[in-house]
Design a protein around this ligand. Structure first.
Ligand SMILES: O=C(O)COP(=O)(O)O
Ligand SMILES: [Mg+2]
Length: 225
């Protein structure tokens, strides 16, 4: 007997940086290679944490503004950062505790899963491959793969379309104001992790739920679906 669409396991969309993986150390390494090339002093994990979330272009722009100004920096600064990052994307980066077992459990329960990230497509795929995480996702849509990235809801909708699951219930899991705003605008419930890269406490982001342990996700998700 065919299942009706809303009886099917919900689709789950994941943000990448700060939600599935702790990628700040490798991003900081790559940024410090760029800064060294420009003769500027190094930046820190703590500063990088406040700049990440709107894609590589904005990340480099924020860093340059804080370390001597954007004027004087080469036009290809973003390209140089990405070139360094590509060589060093999964050296220190690891999934947060509980992520792999939770993704395996959701996958076994039949939830289609996708990654909706402002990170560029090629780096997202490279990182997920290196950490043996690509197998969980039927689509990975980076910020350069859509006309307008998160917080635009179109980024979430494009990820669902690419997954081929437009008629399912959907849950978004993220760490930042962009994730919450995109989910709200798309009419999708949103869970936020409490350990991600946000400048304000996760509890103030306006999510439906904040989880401090990734392993709480399946139980939490069941509340909304
Ligand atoms: O790379 C970024 O700026 C943010 O990426 P995220 O959307 O996966 O958090
Ligand atoms: Mg994030």
């Amino acid at each position: 007997m065919n299942q009706t669409p809303d009886k099917l396991p919900a689709a789950v969309l994941f943000d990448l940086d700060g939600t599935l993986v702790d990628s700040l150390p490798d991003m900081t390494w790559a940024m410090n290679q760029l800064l060294a090339e420009l003769g500027r002093k190094s930046t820190s994990l703590a500063d990088m944490r406040t700049w990440v979330g709107d894609g590589a272009g904005v990340l480099v722009e924020r860093c340059l503004a804080a370390t001597g100004g954007v004027p004087g920096a080469p036009a290809d600064a973003v390209g140089r950062f990405l070139a360094f990052y590509r060589t060093h994307a999964a050296v220190e980066t690891r999934p947060f505790p509980g992520v792999l077992t939770t993704l395996a459990a959701l996958s076994a329960a039949g939830h289609p899963m996708g990654v909706c990230t402002n990170k560029p497509n090629d780096l997202s795929r490279l990182l997920l491959d290196a950490l043996d995480m690509s197998r969980f996702f039927s689509a990975v849509v980076g910020g350069d793969g859509v006309p307008e990235r998160k917080p635009h809801p179109g980024h979430l909708l494009a990820t669902l379309k690419s997954m081929g699951v437009e008629n399912r219930k959907v849950l978004m899991v993220g760490d930042s104001p962009n994730d919450v705003a995109a989910a709200r605008a798309a009419g999708v419930p949103v869970v936020v992790v409490g350990f991600g890269y946000t400048q304000v406490p996760a509890e103030t982001l306006g999510a439906d739920l904040v989880i401090s342990d990734f392993a709480d996700l399946p139980r939490a998700a069941a509340e909304f679906l």
